[in-house]
Design a protein around this ligand. Structure first.
Ligand code: TMP
Ligand code: ASP
Length: 243
C-alpha cells in the first residue's frame, strides 16, 4: 500500500458502471472508486437498490485489499477515503473477468449439469470476455491471446495470482465462518505491473454461512430472498473483525 498523495481532488467521471463510479482526480495516476447502492443482476436485466450496500462494499473491499497487500498480493488499493470512496491506482483494466470456483453453483451447475454445493477437488479458473453488450461470454486463453485481450505472459501471471488469491481469500472467509463458493476478479496494468483491481465484495462473490448454509451475497437479490441490506451488513461486520 503506498502513501496517498496529499490534496487529491475529485474531478470528472471517467466511467460509470452498474455498481460503481470511477472519477479522475487531480493526480493523473490516481482514481477514486465510488460505491453505489445500485444492484443489477442477469446482465442488467434486473435492477434495484440495496440500502447501504456501497458503504459495506467499500469497507469490505478496502479491508481485504489492505490485508492482502501485507501478504504480498499487489492490488490497486491506496486507501479508503470516505464511506463510499476508495483511492486507487489508475490501471488499464484487462477486459477479462477471472472467475474462480471452489464449489459448484450458478452457471457452472447449469453448464455441467452438476448439483449446487458439490465441493471441487481443486479450484476451477474460468475467463469471461468483459463486454456487457455480449453478456460476458466465456472464453479461453486462445481467445485472449488471438484477440489481443492480454498477452500470454500477462495471463500466466494472472492465473498464478488467481490461485494465490484463492488460497488467501478461502482462508480469510473461513476465519469468519463463510465458505467462499466462487467469485470474479479483475486485473489491470499499471506500468510493468499487473494489479488486482475492481472490488472484492458480496456483489461479485458467492458466500455461504458455514453453519447455517445461509446465502450471504448478491444471490439474495438475484433470487429475491430478502434481507439484502442486513446480509451485506453482516458480511461487513465479520470481515472487519479479521485483523
Ligand atoms: P456465475 O455462476 O454466474 O458464472 O458466476 C460466478 C461468480 O462470479 C459469482 O460469484 C458471480 C461472479 N460474477 C460476477 O460478479 N460478475 C460477472 O459478470 C460474472 C460472469 C460472474
Ligand atoms: N454480471 C453480474 C450478475 O450477474 C451483474 C449484472 O449482470 O448486471 O449479477
Amino acid at each position: 500500500m503506498s502513501e496517498a498523495p496529499a490534496e487529491i481532488v475529485r474531478e470528472d467521471v471517467m466511467h460509470e458502471g452498474k455498481a460503481k463510479i470511477i472519477y479522475l482526480t487531480s493526480a493523473t495516476d490516481v482514481l477514486i472508486q465510488y460505491f453505489k447502492d445500485d444492484a443489477t443482476a442477469f446482465n442488467g436485466k434486473k435492477k434495484g437498490t440495496i440500502v447501504n450496500k456501497g458503504v459495506c462494499n467499500n469497507d469490505i473491499s478496502s479491508h481485504i485489499f489492505s490485508l492482502m497487500e501485507k501478504d504480498d498480493i499487489r492490488t490497486h488499493f491506496i486507501e479508503k477515503l470516505s464511506e463510499r470512496e476508495m483511492l486507487v491506482k489508475r490501471v488499464e483494466i484487462i477486459p477479462v473477468e477471472v472467475v474462480v470456483r471452489n464449489v459448484v453453483a450458478g452457471s457452472l451447475a447449469k453448464r455441467m449439469g452438476r448439483e449446487t454445493g458439490e465441493v471441487l477437488p481443486e479450484p476451477i479458473v474460468e475467463y469471461y470476455y468483459k463486454d456487457d453488450a455480449l453478456g460476458d461470454p466465456m472464453i479461453n486463453r486462445n481467445h485472449i491471446r488471438i484477440f489481443h485481450l492480454a498477452k500470454d505472459d500477462e495471463m500466466d501471471h494472472v492465473q498464478k495470482e488467481a490461485y494465490k488469491i484463492n488460497d488467501w481469500l478461502k482462508a480469510f472467509f473461513d476465519k469468519i465462518g463463510i465458505t467462499l463458493v466462487d467469485y470474479k476478479l479483475e486485473f489491470g496494468r499499471s506500468g510493468d505491473e499487473i494489479l488486482l483491481a475492481d472490488e472484492i465484495s458480496p456483489d461479485g462473490c458467492r458466500l455461504w454461512d458455514k453453519e447455517t448454509g445461509d446465502i450471504l451475497d448478491k444471490d439474495r437479490f438475484r433470487q429475491d430472498l430478502g434481507k439484502e441490506p442486513e446480509t451485506y451488513e453482516e458480511v461487513r461486520r465479520r470481515a472487519l473483525s479479521v485483523s
